[in-house]
Ligand binder design. Sequence first.
Ligand code: PLP
Length: 356
Amino acid sequence: MSHMFVPGPVDVDQDVLEAQTKPMIPHRSAEFETIFRGTEAKLKKVFLTENRVFQPPSSGTGMQEAGIRNLVQKDVLSCVNGAFAERWYQVAVTNGKQADRLEAEWGDIISPDKLADALKAKNYEAVTIVHNETSTGVENPIKELAAVVHEVSPDTLILIDAVSSLAGAKIETDAWGLDFVLTSSQKALALPPGMSFAAVTDRCLERAEKVENRGWYFDLLRMEKHRIKNSTAMTPSMSLIWALDVELDKILAEGLENRFARHQAMAERVQTWAVEHGMEPLAPQGYRSKTVSTIKNLRGVDIAALNEFLLTKGMRLSNGYGDLKNKTFRIAHMGETKMHHVDELLEAFEAFMEKM
Ligand SMILES: *Cc1c(COP(=O)(O)O)cnc(C)c1O
């Protein structure tokens, strides 16, 4: 077996990889537009939304920037409890926005009560929250956090980064009233890197009309103008779209609920195993990611040596992120990773520890 347990890019199934070898066609053609309309329709099912879904060429960070540039003229509240939330804050600052931080320790969740207090203290055009913090393995309680925004500050737009969770954990875009939900191709969607996706409400587009300096590439109003013609303003990432079409069919054939249950079962397996072997997840019970487990390295495992050993068996996992390096390690269980892959990894991990 060869399998990567790193949180992106993840393994891509062979048939999905092969779909990319289909010949190029003109993107201003009925043939392309039909496929592109089809992938949007399937994406809407995965995003659990009736909203439009944009599918531009860019990584997920591009969509973080799109959200900021289009939906914030000045004031944004950045919820920061990990590396990717920190990045989104930096995106806001470097685009010249007035970004305030609502912080929690790495490993903790963003507290709904603290969010309510922050929204009462100041008017924000938008709030940014990462659903699944890939650095810490924390899943923020988006449903509760969104409910707070709707109650305390209903005009504040809710921007969600679901890069490492969408299609692996349930995110009810419409039912929870989320305005802007973004993801990347190379994580729980199990595609090669290079595309981003965002489900965007009408109210976002209305807001964007009043925001200056939205730029060109990520201007949501320009994207919308082309989307309604089943296209993009720039050249679309055609090979990835062929792959996307095949992967979305696989996701929908598995069934979303089955897919969420599979991810949850893998997360429970890894997290229970960690406790049984004298370690524990960094995230508190009830808020543990379903797609990536960040485990405290309480056994003092040499992560680099472990990975060398795993590589001899065609596997690899991830060290901790940033300051959490060697203090934690991360096992991603997302996309097309199955329980038998996880079992094989944990077996090898145990064999390594027995020799320590
Ligand atoms: C990987 C990741 C990103 C960055 O996505 P890119 O596609 O690499 O730009 C952002 N947010 C989260 C939560 C991630 O896991």
